[in-house]
Design a protein around this ligand. Structure first.
Ligand code: WQD
Length: 362
């Protein structure tokens, strides 16, 4: 398996990038990638859905304490946020991950999602304008496409009505960023639409660590395999797909991290239009049952799962056309489903040993 990060695109200028949600799942992998490419990083997190000990793991992987500064900051607290921009006037780009992201929870508690995800975004954009930070990357999602009738989806596939308040915050977030850029002469932005992020860093030192019981497929698979959960329920096997279960485009989190660094480098080099949208998926769909088989193959373990009813809000099938990211950013995914399952399993097993009970997982 190749390791991402040892790339030719080393950033020699030592630019400083602010990462919100930098101790979270995708945030931590992106901070590692940025550090490995020679960037200096200011990482903000309120630890609402992440853990401070992840910061030590980031240093263990990417080293160089002088190049990364961690701050416990909620981006909705404007005074604290302003102090960060005053302390680091050299910030030349922002990667904005900090947001709530549980689809199911957003249905039960929509105001929590609209308040945090939209006000947090507005707060960070206001600071970008006030402190003249020109480059902005917004963490968006394939949920903006909803149920599509033509696959794979390209960036010009029309957006459907979002299936959940979470998805709605991503559709609105893209609009807010776009309007902000068009009204702010120095501003440029990239909107990255993630498909299904999964897997863990090849070191098994960082990975996906939801605060509560996992809801996404891959962490549920590894939690069941490790005995933390009893049984996985396959949500529906009567869909119009090759084996009846839903199709998704699972992309390794390290591939996702690499795309963020390449996008920031493209923004800094002035290579992009004012607002650019990119799909980040691997261009292949895998069904739930195929994902389970891939796990059983790489782990050598038989997974305990049952065939159940459909889950409300699920789209039947979605996977990406990522040619635009390939052509414009020079990005190509290098990890496959087996790499996802292998790294996710290695991460889960080390959680068993020394972090499970302190990781805040139920
Ligand atoms: C995947 C498939 C489930 C759990 C996620 C994120 C969303 C966005 C897109 C980034 C579905 C099935 C799951 C289980 C199952 N990512 N499943 N049993 O819903 O595609 O959305 O990726 O922004 O934020 O939530 O991901 O992993 O929940 O589900 O059968 O116990 O696995 O029905 O078909 P989803 P998921």
């Amino acid at each position: 398996m190749n390791t991402v990060g040892t790339s030719k695109h080393v950033n020699k200028t030592g630019k400083t990038i602010l990462v919100t949600g930098g101790s979270g799942y995708i945030g931590s992998h992106t901070v590692v990638n940025l550090l490995e490419k020679g960037f200096r990083v200011i990482s903000l997190d309120n630890y609402d859905n992440s853990h401070k000990w992840i910061n030590n793991r980031i240093l263990e992987i990417a080293g160089n304490e002088a190049k990364v500064h961690f701050h416990d900051v909620d981006i909705c607290e404007k005074q604290k946020l302003r102090k960060i921009f005053e302390k680091y006037p050299e910030i030349s780009g922002i990667i904005h991950f900090a947001a709530h992201k549980a689809v199911g929870e957003s249905v039960e508690n929509p105001l929590k999602y609209y308040d945090n995800n939209l006000n947090g975004l507005i707060s960070i954009l206001q600071m970008a304008a006030k402190f003249q930070v020109p480059n902005f990357i917004f963490s968006s999602s394939c949920t903006v496409y909803g149920n599509v009738d033509k696959l794979p989806v390209t960036e010009s596939t029309p957006l459907q009505t979002a299936e959940s308040p979470y998805g709605a915050t991503k559709v609105m977030g893209e609009r807010i960023v776009t309007d902000f850029v068009h009204a702010t002469p120095i501003a440029k932005a990239v909107l990255l639409r993630y498909f299904n992020p999964a897997g863990a860093h090849s070191s098994a030192l960082i990975g996906e660590l939801p605060q509560n019981k996992p809801a996404n497929l891959v962490p549920v698979i590894t939690a069941v395999a490790s005995g933390k959960m009893d049984c996985l329920t396959v949500f529906g096997t009567d869909y119009d797909t090759r084996d009846g279960s839903c199709v998704r485009d699972y992309i390794h989190v390290s591939d996702l991290a690499e795309a963020h660094t390449l996008a920031m480098q493209a923004l800094l080099n002035g290579k992009l239009n004012r607002v650019e949208v990119f799909n980040l998926g691997i261009g292949q769909g895998a069904t739930v049952l195929e994902a389970i088989k891939a796990f059983e193959k790489v782990s050598g373990k038989k997974l305990n799962y049952a065939l159940g009813q459909r889950r409300k809000g699920d789209v039947v099938a979605i996977y990406a056309d990522y040619q635009k990211a390939q052509k414009v950013l020079g990005w190509s995914p290098i990890f496959n489903m087996e790499d996802i399952m292998r790294t996710a399993w290695e991460w889960e097993k080390q959680l068993d040993n020394d972090n499970y009970f302190t990781s805040g997982r139920q």
